[in-house]
Design a protein around this ligand. Sequence first.
Ligand code: ZN
Length: 383
Amino acid sequence: MEIKGARKGNNDLLRHHNRALIVNLLRDQGPLSRAELSRLTGLAPSALSRLSAALISEGLVRELGKTPSPSGRPPILLGLNPDYASSIGLKIEAERVLAARVDLLGRVQEEVTVPFEDPAPVNVLSALEEVVSQLLRGKVLGIGVAVSGFVDSVAGKCLFSPILGWHEVDLSHPLSERFGLEVHVENDVNALTLAEARYGAGRDFPDFVCVTVGEGLGAGVVIGGRLYRGAFGGAGEFGHTLFDPRGPRCRCGERGCLEVFSSDQFLRRKARELGSSVEELSRRARDGDSTAEAAFRELGEHLGYGLKDLVNLLNPQAIVIGGERTTSDGDLFLPFAEEVLRKHAFAGAADRVRLVRAKLGEEGFLVGAAEVFVENFFAVPLG
Ligand SMILES: [Zn+2]
């Protein structure tokens, strides 16, 4: 976040602005002494002292003891109290709901998983209500829900999810009515992208694409430090870009989508041809079985062609690659993806793009689902 300088004055807006500056500095660079805060904000020591006293009595900031100092009186450090408030992050999968309470620094405090029989909306909503009830504690800023498919974040609805078999499912109103909290619904890969952008592998890149390889193939696009959701919320459906118009049917209804060629669906087809399972295929590839190795290599090459298109379209600084298949078997296919990308991208556009692994894993989806509330909490009022 860009932090502008302190403003002087005594009306409410200015007080809120300066207070937000202090809180943001403690979040990003804390712990800090009052003198350091005064220097960084440009606020006079007396004003800084008054504002910090208010924040301490509120419980949002606390004194953390003294730093060792070679000379003179060691200053007392101030730090953010990350437990002052929390948000709840939820992720809906095909057979279970994952949930976490996330603190103000984006750390998971407690995690719960609840399975369900089939993903009919009524079952999933009741699982969501169950996990939220278990996690509610203290001051809760809101509930974030990550779900696969085409999501309208403004309406709080999942418009279409092939994995869940959903059309037009309203998630936000039932939950906000039940718990009296604000609810934000996000595409799952977008949620992971938000978390990687703030806490993970995307931190240093204002322009990056987060790609997930697992049961499906997804992408989240960050442009100029902001998640790009598209005009209606459907940006980043990387898995449903075309790979081969004569290819097998995709679960979205179309034929030959990239997802069919570079996700677990591809590995399952290969494993079936060999009378094997994906886990067995992975074991055999690690043992040097050339047929199994070739299956992962092909997946990697297909992915590489997709990444080439992404790089040609968006020219990002980095591609952050995550998802379950990457976590377990990335070493078996990512080198081939990178080779194809570097070799085939337009006019050497891929020379400088960095390929990095996602840092946050499964928890990233939950942290990212909750992130919108954390960001709102720290937002500096305009004025
Ligand atoms: Zn498709």
